[in-house]
Design a binder for this molecule. Structure first.
Ligand SMILES: *Cc1c(COP(=O)(O)O)cnc(C)c1O
Length: 393
C-alpha cells in the first residue's frame, strides 16, 4: 500500500530543491544540433551536447537509419542469443574491432550496461579492481556488482596507483580501470604511465573511451591511439551515443577470450534487448564516416582550438588541453549558476556544474565543442560569455 513512503519521498524532493540541485529538463522542439529550439526560450546555440562530430542529425546517418528501417525492420523483440542477432549486429561488432584494432567486440544497449556487465563476468573475490577516483558512475556501479576487492587512486595520481598495485599484489588478477577522458575537466588519462605500471605489476588495463572514440587520436580511435598504447590496453568500453552517431548503444572491445566470456556471462547482454536495427546500421555508417575522412574531426579540433583561444584572450580561465570538453572555470557555485542563466538569456545553452559533481569551490560552465558549430557560433558564444560576466560584475 502506497502510504508513508509517498510522504517521505515528497520530503526528499523538497530537500533536493532546497539544496539547489533539483534537475529540471528543458524541452527541445527540434532535432539535436548546433542550434536548437527550446520550449519557452526560443532558439539557442547548443554548447552542451556530446555531439562531437555533429552526426546526431547528419543527413548520411539519417539516410542509413531510414534504409535500415525498410530493410531490417524496427526492432528485435529479443536478446542477442535467442533470436536477436542480425547480420547488422555482427557487422557492427566486426567494424568496431577493425576500427579499434582489437580482437573482438560485443555490443550492449548502452555503455552503462557494458560497464555494468564487464567486471562481474570476469572477476571474483580472489581478484582486485583498481579504479581512478573520477571514473564514470557506470564503472563505479559495475565494480560494485562484482566481488573483487576494490581499491581507488586519486585522479591520475600514478604514485597512488602504484601503491594500490602493491597492496593488491596477493590478488589472483589485478585490473586497472580508468576513463579515457575525465568528463568534468576534459583531461586525458595518462595511459602511457598506466600501461607501464600495469606491465610492471602484472595488471590488466581497462579504458572507458566514451568521450574519446571518434574524437582523440590521429584516426579518431581514441585515447589508446593518442598515447600510442593500442596494443597494451586489454579492454576498451565505449558508447555509440556520443561522437559515433549519438543515438544509443555501447560495447566492450578487446582480447578475444574476454569478449567470448562476456557473450556467455555478461548479465546486461543476456537479459536485455538487442540494439534496434536502425541504430546498428546508422552506427555502422558513422564508423564509415569517421574512418574514411578526417574532415569532421579536423573541423572539431579547429573549432576547439578557436574557442579555447578566444576565451583565453577574453581572460576566462579554461582548463588546459585539446579535448572538445572546454570547462570555463568560475569557482563559486552561485556565480557559476548565475553565469549560466545570463548565458541562457543571451541564447547560449551551457550548463553549470558544481558540488558534489565537482569539488567545492571549483564550479564551472562545461562547454562542449562540435563539428556542427561554425566559427561564427563560437565567436557568438565567447561574446555572450563576456557580456554575461560584465553583467554579473
Ligand atoms: C556517456 C558515458 C557513459 C554512458 O554511455 P551510454 O551509452 O549513454 O550509457 C559511460 N561511460 C562514460 C565515461 C561516459 O562518458
Amino acid at each position: 500500500m502506497y502510504g508513508a513512503i509517498g510522504v517521505e519521498l515528497k520530503g526528499r524532493l523538497e530537500e533536493v530543491r532546497e539544496a539547489g540541485t533539483f534537475k529540471t529538463e528543458l524541452v527541445m522542439t527540434t532535432p539535436q544540433g548546433a542550434h536548437v529550439e527550446v520550449e519557452g526560450r526560443g532558439e539557442m546555440l547548443n554548447l552542451c551536447a556530446n555531439n562531437y562530430l555533429g552526426l546526431a542529425n547528419h543527413p548520411a546517418i539519417i539516410a542509413a537509419a531510414h534504409e535500415a528501417l525498410d530493410r531490417w525492420g524496427y526492432g528485435m523483440a529479443s536478446v542477442r542469443f535467442i533470436c536477436g542477432t542480425q547480420e547488422l549486429h555482427r557487422q557492427l561488432e566486426e567494424r568496431l574491432s577493425e576500427f579499434l584494432h582489437t580482437d573482438e567486440t560485443i555490443l550492449f544497449s548502452s555503455c552503462f550496461d557494458a560497464n555494468g556487465g564487464l567486471f562481474e563476468a570476469l572477476l571474483d573475490e580472489r581478484d582486485a579492481v583498481i579504479s581512478d577516483q573520477l571514473n564514470h558512475a557506470s564503472i563505479i556501479d559495475g565494480i560494485r556488482l562484482c566481488k573483487a576487492r576494490r581499491l581507488r587512486y586519486g585522479n591520475s595520481d600514478m604514485d597512488e596507483l602504484e601503491a594500490r598495485l602493491r597492496e593488491a599484489a596477493d590478488a589472483r588478477y589485478r585490473l586497472i580501470a580508468t576513463d579515457g577522458v575525465f568528463s568534468m575537466d576534459g583531461y586525458l588519462a595518462r595511459l602511457d604511465a598506466i600501461c607501464g605500471l600495469a606491465e610492471r605489476y602484472d595488471a590488466l588495463v581497462m579504458v572507458d573511451d566514451s568521450h574519446a572514440v571518434g574524437v582523440s587520436g590521429p584516426e579518431g580511435r581514441g585515447t589508446p591511439e593518442h598515447h600510442g598504447v593500442v596494443e597494451r590496453v586489454d579492454i576498451i568500453t565505449g558508447t555509440l551515443g556520443k561522437a559515433v552517431g549519438g543515438a544509443s548503444g555501447g560495447y566492450v572491445s578487446g582480447r578475444r577470450e574476454v569478449i567470448e566470456v562476456l557473450r556467455q556471462r555478461a548479465r546486461p547482454y543476456l537479459f536485455s534487448n538487442s540494439l534496434a536495427p536502425p541504430v546498428a546500421a546508422a552506427s555502422l555508417r558513422a564508423l564509415e564516416l569517421i574512418g574514411s575522412s578526417h574532415e569532421l574531426r579536423e573541423r572539431l579540433h579547429h573549432n576547439t582550438a578557436h574557442f579555447r583561444k578566444r576565451m583565453t584572450e577574453l581572460e576566462f580561465e579554461i582548463l588546459p588541453g585539446e579535448h572538445p570538453i572546454v570547462p570555463v572555470m568560475v569557482g563559486s557555485e552561485l556565480r557559476s549558476a548565475r553565469l549560466a542563466a545570463e548565458l541562457a538569456a543571451r541564447g547560449v545553452y551551457a550548463v553549470s556544474f558544481s558540488y558534489p559533481v565537482v569539488p567545492r569551490g571549483t564550479a564551472r560552465i562545461r562547454t562542449q565543442m562540435s563539428a556542427a558549430h561554425t566559427i561564427e557560433d563560437l565567436d557568438f558564444a565567447a561574446e555572450a560569455f563576456a557580456a554575461a560576466r560584465a553583467r554579473l560584475d
